[in-house]
Write a protein that binds this ligand. Structure first.
Ligand SMILES: [Zn+2]
Length: 81
């Protein structure tokens, strides 16, 4: 895995994590927030979903262009500096 791949992979993971966060936040508005918060949260969720899809597309584009191997399932959990 090259440096660029690593960077894109991390960006993708972060985008997915953000998407997951917005989903949880939207779920929380069901019990804690006024009803009209929900559509607004749905918009955030949608934006985060699109961002994660973009990040994945960019990662795939790099893999195709550069020929380096996908790295799914092999991510380390250590906080990188
Ligand atoms: Zn590469």
């Amino acid at each position: 895995m090259c440096e660029e791949h690593s960077k894109l992979f991390h960006a993708y993971q972060e985008a997915v994590a953000l998407f997951s966060t917005t989903l949880n936040a939207r779920q929380a508005t069901l019990v804690t927030a006024p009803r009209d918060e929900y559509p607004r949260m749905t918009e955030y969720v949608e934006q985060a979903r699109l961002a994660s899809e973009d990040a994945r597309a960019e990662l795939n584009r790099h893999i195709t262009a550069h020929g380096c191997r996908p790295h799914f399932g092999a991510a380390t959990n250590s906080a990188s500096s």
